[in-house]
Design a protein around this ligand. Structure first.
Ligand code: HEM
Length: 474
């Protein structure tokens, strides 16, 4: 019996090795070159440490390379869900999509999205009002997450799933569970063996959620196509008195006509993934930090009171948002200490030469996967005088102008930087302005005691327990 099981396992591994023979040969070649190169470096032989990631900024290098733009195998599981869209694709496909999609973040389009941020931010504070003035703390993260999900659904797909007020739990839970399962897969090498992934039940669960989210997106695309063609064949002229419907990201993709439904599905799901967990982490950490620093919170509230007085209903417009300068500094400082995307990785398409200060150059060979540790770059004491503290003064205008551009990379940098960074900053500013107009916040846990942990997106290990007090007399 045992011999049979053992033989079956051996046969399975031999078959896998045969199917993957090219990858294995490539792996041994890269490993041999790396070992030769690493011998030139100081440090324990088994753990080659490349000095500081600062090397990657200099000369050849990775961030601003227009050649080394391919993502590593770490993104493969994610690909089964979001497909080969802008985040994962490479070479010509990525270049043409990037050019096309850049238009959807044009200033005029962002202005339309801004209306969604404002409306959903207002719903958030209305929901939270029922939890304020209560001595029991709440974990703020799930509330913010539902708000950012509502925002991304409406801006990306033009449909409202109203999860802040209890709607469409199925889709929301699937998106949440998929992010968890992708991370679990990445950090557990045993799950990379397909039978173990499926025998554990996780594989089937993952496939089920992939089916349900992608079917949801496909249905929305189909409905939107029908709506667009109904309108174009309709003979009735538009009523000029009726407000014009906002264009969603999806409308733009459908109107492009170069993309198939599956191409559109990939891009919409990529935006759904990249565009809500990241901003919910950024907003939550900002609330948490300001709740630990009453002096900075007071400054933010003074700035907001200067803009809105005691009017709690007025929606912020672009001019108001531009005036929230100190709030912006706090958002940037939060993204510095706790960057929602702490690590990114690349598979090198060509050799990269790294000049070594005392020894011959080090060569990172083509084919090697490297990790860029954004979270460490942002704590470099050469550029931040208090690297481990929440200190929004790091973003005083005179300090910013004297700093190297590549020292601040929460949105990555170079050609593969985050296409949604302006969207994200506007969204964070709008939602946070509602929160601090309505509430004073006290955080019950402190940084660094409550350690931010790396999942796909950074999160505080014990959640974000806060107490909210209404600033408005009800
Ligand atoms: C605070 C919020 C955000 C942070 C910190 C962030 C950070 C990043 C980072 C570090 C990358 C590079 C990833 C890599 O190289 O693997 C990236 C790429 C990307 N982000 Fe964001 N992001 C944020 C919000 C958003 C939003 C709101 C959207 C969409 C609405 C978005 C869409 C994308 C896309 C599509 C890419 C791939 C771009 C490409 O490869 O050309 N992100 N983001």
């Amino acid at each position: 019996m045992y011999t049979a099981i053992f033989t079956a396992i051996i046969i399975y591994f031999l078959l896998v090795a045969f199917r993957k023979r090219r990858e294995l040969l490539e792996f041994w070649r890269v490993r041999r070159v790396c070992n030769e190169q690493f011998e030139k470096l100081t440090g324990p032989p088994a753990v080659p440490i490349f000095g500081s990631t600062w090397y990657f900024k200099k000369d050849p290098i990775i961030f601003d390379s227009s050649v080394n733009i391919s993502k590593s195998s770490q993104y493969e599981k994610l690909k089964e869900w979001i497909g080969d869209g802008l985040l994962i694709s490479t070479n010509e496909k990525w270049r043409s999509r990037r050019k096309m999609l850049t238009q959807t973040f044009h200033f005029a389009v962002l202005k339309d999205y801004q209306k969604v941020f404002t409306a959903q931010g207002k719903t958030l504070v209305e929901v939270l009002q029922f939890r304020a003035d209560n001595m029991n703390p709440i974990d703020i993260l799930p509330y913010i997450k539902r708000c950012t999900l509502d925002i991304i659904c409406e801006t990306a797909m033009g449909c409202s799933i109203r999860c802040q007020t209890g709607g469409n739990d199925g889709y929301v839970n699937s998106v949440k569970r998929l992010s968890e399962l992708v991370w679990l897969y990445e950090k557990t090498p045993l799950y990379w063996i397909s039978p173990i992934w499926y025998l554990s039940g996780k594989g089937f669960e993952f496939d089920k959620h992939v089916r349900s989210t992608t079917e949801f997106t496909r249905r929305v695309i189909e409905n939107q196509r029908t709506e667009i063609s109904r309108k174009s064949s309709s003979t009735t002229t538009e009523n000029p008195d009726q407000p014009k419907k906002r264009q969603a990201f999806l409308d733009f993709l459908i109107n492009c006509q170069e993309l198939s439904d599956e191409d559109i599905r990939e891009e919409v799901d990529t935006f759904m993934f990249e565009g809500h967990d990241t901003t919910s982490s950024g907003i939550t950490f900002a609330i948490w930090f300001l709740g630990q620093h009453p002096e900075y919170q007071r400054r933010v509230q003074d700035e907001l009171d200067d803009i809105f007085g005691d009017d709690f209903e007025r929606h912020p417009d672009s001019e108001d948002l531009q005036r929230m300068k100190f709030l912006e500094q706090c958002i940037k400082e939060t993204l510095r200490i706790t960057p929602p995307v702490p690590l990114i990785s690349r598979k090198l398409s060509e050799d990269v030469k790294i000049p070594h200060p005392t020894k011959p150059d080090v060569i990172l060979p083509a084919g090697m996967c490297i990790i860029l540790k954004i979270v460490s770059i942002l704590k470099d004491s050469r550029f931040y005088e208090r690297p481990w503290e929440f200190y929004p003064e790091h973003f005083d205008p005179e300090r910013v102008t004297s700093r190297e551009a590549f020292a601040y990379v929460p949105f990555s940098a170079g050609p593969r930087n985050c296409i949604g960074q302006k969207f994200a900053m506007l969204e964070e500013k709008t939602v946070l302005s509602w929160i601090f107009r309505y509430f004073s916040v006290t955080s019950l846990t402190r940084y660094p005691d409550d350690i931010p942990i790396t999942e796909l997106i950074l999160k505080p290990v014990n959640g974000t327990q806060v107490i909210l007090r209404n600033r408005r007399k009800l």
